[in-house]
Design a protein around this ligand. Structure first.
Ligand SMILES: NC(=O)c1ccc[n+]([C@@H]2O[C@H](COP(=O)([O-])OP(=O)(O)OC[C@H]3O[C@@H](n4cnc5c(N)ncnc54)[C@H](O)[C@@H]3O)[C@@H](O)[C@H]2O)c1
Length: 268
């Protein structure tokens, strides 16, 4: 049995109705934290909260300022404060590339990923400062530090989250707030199977491409959601007290390759 490394810690995980966010909420609860989950999807969110015995579920669109205000009022009321914020909610566009992405999709990807992370961090800052040992963990991506063909909005948004993480670490340090980001590689879950903006044919092609790309990594498979959650739990843990401003890839060595198309090329 795992030690209760997060006993007494109060956490909020966004986008936790399923996928990686659900696995993160599950891991934090198993490690002893009291966890509230938030998601735009009310039905799945409420169901997941029941299944995981989360402290509460709140429907919220993280890109909506009024929703975020209401969310943090509930956090304050029901958790009595906050020690851990996990900004996990995220979406990707349908993959039309720089000349094919409609501006509405570009804006939605920026709004949910970047503005959502900013709004939640802003609302959490006073609570995390009051905690005395606050931790923010943002979900960026390996494609926040490399480009991703066909996904300009997602690459740009995840890159913005990576650098916002560094900014939050600088501003949070004197307040006792650490801020770090996890950069998942290819994770075997819903986003990989059926991005919400993709048609079924495109989703099947995307999945095949992901599996092929993951097969060329040093660890030649996709990641499980819990392998991401374990990294988040480490960064949230007060024992990681000197770790801040870090972008932590959890990618089976993808970024270590230097050439994401995999082995077989001549040295450059
Ligand atoms: N799956 C991967 O391979 C992968 C790789 C790198 C990074 N990531 C990142 O990890 C995070 C989780 O991804 P996932 O694969 O579990 O995706 P997912 O699509 O399975 O889950 C995302 C969750 O966010 C919720 N959500 C969407 N828009 C929202 C909004 N405006 N407000 C609140 N909640 C909202 C969705 O309802 C969903 O429950 C995302 O930030 C994603 O970009 C995923």
């Amino acid at each position: 049995m795992m030690a209760s490394t997060l006993a007494g810690r109060r956490a909020l995980v966004t986008g936790a109705a399923g996928g990686i966010g659900g696995a993160i909420a599950d891991r934090l609860i198993r490690d002893g934290a009291t966890v509230m989950i938030a998601d735009i999807d009310a039905e799945r969110g409420a169901r997941t909260a029941r299944e995981l015995s989360a402290a509460a579920f709140q429907q919220a669109d993280v890109s909506d300022e009024a929703d975020v205000t209401a969310l943090f009022e509930r956090v304050t009321r029901e958790l009595g404060g906050l020690d851990i914020l996990v900004n996990n909610a995220g979406v990707a566009e349908s993959g039309g590339g720089v000349t094919g992405v409609p501006v509405s999709e570009w804006r939605r990807v920026m709004d949910v990923n970047v503005t959502g992370t900013f709004l939640c961090a802003r609302a959490a800052f006073p609570l995390l400062a009051a905690s005395g040992d606050g931790s923010i963990v943002n979900l960026s991506s390996i494609f926040g530090v490399t480009g991703l063909p066909a996904f300009p909005a997602y690459s740009a948004a995840k890159g913005a989250i990576a650098n916002l993480t560094r900014q939050l670490a600088i501003e949070g340090g004197p307040l006792g707030i650490r801020a770090n980001a996890v950069l998942p590689g290819y994770v075997d879950n819903d986003m990989g199977r059926s991005r919400d903006l993709l048609d079924p044919g495109a989703a099947a092609r995307a999945l095949a491409e992901r599996e092929a790309a993951a097969a060329r990594q040093p660890v030649a498979r996709q990641c499980t959601p819990d392998e991401i959650a374990v990294a988040v739990a480490f960064l949230a843990d007060p024992r990681a007290s000197f770790v801040t401003g870090v972008l932590l890839p959890v990618d089976g060595g993808f970024l270590a390759q230097g050439d994401w198309r995999g082995p077989g090329r001549e040295p450059a």
